[in-house]
Ligand binder design. Structure first.
Ligand code: PLP
Length: 370
């Protein structure tokens, strides 16, 4: 029987949940991003016969996996990332969770995994946040980070898509990504590695994309850079992404400010933040272009003054200004004198204000869950 996806998740409260005092101490210890987890998780199981079933909120606990479990060998694993924010009126809201639900379904399709219905995805987030409402930090810049995930569960070594899957959501209280003020990063543009190619897995939020990116990140670190910037796989000139974030450039010509982001032509992960900035650009009176931008344009633009800023964006850090870009011993692109630019900072403040309920939400991006 296919479950009724409107059915609420069954709630089994953890007998070992932290006391309010213990929880407060944990949250005040300024944990690193993704290091501290709340008491509960959402879990659901899939089999072809029963569809999605056993949907519950339960104590956070390790999974027991047979050594032949499919995900450990062939890697069918996808995830999402979004945040729950404490509202000024005491409520809690998610930011554009339907976009994450839709992207999760696209990622599943690409990895030959079953799709989780959008209402079940949203119900899992709502139920988990309701149970963990006291774990949602109240300070500006802080939030409860939610990590939905799905992995293949069959215990056999045959190379074909698993029949059974587990879906889960875990949650982490997270503070401001920049506790000491927004600091621009230096990036390494890799000519050695690529992240994704059209037709590959780059458009899916697929765990293996991250595994494949770590060597490039290590190359960046070895050159004294904070982050790696990926070029396209075909001519190795088009700018694609920075680490696990989308990128933007700000150009200024005859007093007109334009936001430019690389076109999603099949190898970019299309971020919810990237999409939100399309709209905010319009709200703030900036022109907006989604098109190819290559490394020569970046270099020349910074030299001529046409490109005034570069930054990356994503749920975890919101907006990260890029101060410098290197790709070889003699390539050193300096952006905005290495400082955070006004357009990046304005967009960052505007987006954070909407997310925290401190500014009006004209586009209906917040979904109240408590
Ligand atoms: C998640 C992710 C992003 C950012 O997406 P948001 O929805 O804005 O958080 C960008 N690039 C990659 C590779 C990602 O995995």
């Amino acid at each position: 029987m296919i479950i009724d996806t409107n059915a609420a998740f069954t709630i089994n409260r953890s007998p070992t949940a932290l006391t309010p005092d213990q929880r407060r101490a944990v949250m005040e210890s300024q944990p690193k991003f993704g290091d501290v987890f709340t008491d509960h998780m959402a879990v659901a199981q899939y089999t072809p016969e029963a569809g999605w079933h056993d949907c519950e909120i339960t104590a956070l606990a390790p999974f027991q996996l047979h050594p032949a479990t499919s995900v450990l060998h062939y890697g069918q694993a996808i995830f999402e990332g979004l945040k729950a924010y404490a509202m000024p009126d005491g409520g809690i809201s998610l930011f554009r969770p339907a976009m994450n639900a839709q992207r999760f379904a696209l990622s599943a399709a690409r990895m030959a995994m079953p799709q989780l219905p959008e209402d079940l995805f949203l119900a899992s987030l709502k139920a988990l946040v309701q149970v963990e409402r006291d774990w949602v930090p109240k300070q500006n810049g802080s939030s409860l980070y939610l990590r939905p995930m799905m992995f293949s569960r069959d215990a056999r070594l045959m190379t074909k898509p698993s029949a059974s899957y587990t879906y889960a959501v875990i949650a982490c209280p997270v503070g401001n990504y920049f506790p000491n003020g927004v600091a621009p990063v230096t990036v390494w543009i890799s000519h050695e590695y690529i992240r994704a190619a059209r037709g590959g897995t780059g458009e899916a939020k697929f765990a293996g994309n991250y595994a494949a990116s770590y060597a490039g990140q290590a190359e960046a670190a070895a050159h004294g850079c904070d982050q790696v910037v990926w070029l396209d796989a075909i001519d190795r000139k088009g700018i694609e992404e920075m680490g696990g974030m989308n990128m933007y450039f700000v150009t200024k010509r005859d007093g007109k400010t334009t936001l430019v982001t690389p076109k999603a032509s099949g190898s970019l992960l299309k971020g919810v933040t990237r999409d939100s900035l399309f709209t905010l650009a319009g709200d703030l009176g900036y022109a907006f272009e989604e098109r190819r931008i290559d490394i020569d344009e970046w270099r020349e633009g910074c030299r001529s003054g046409l490109i005034t800023e570069a930054f990356a964006c994503g749920t975890a850090a919101v907006i990260v200004p890029i101060g410098r870009a290197k790709s070889s011993a003699d390539e050193d692109i300096v952006v905005n004198n290495g400082e955070a630019g006004p357009v990046a900072m304005q967009l960052r403040e505007r987006l954070l204000a909407i997310q925290h309920g401190a500014a009006p939400d004209p586009h209906g991006w917040l979904m109240p869950v408590v």
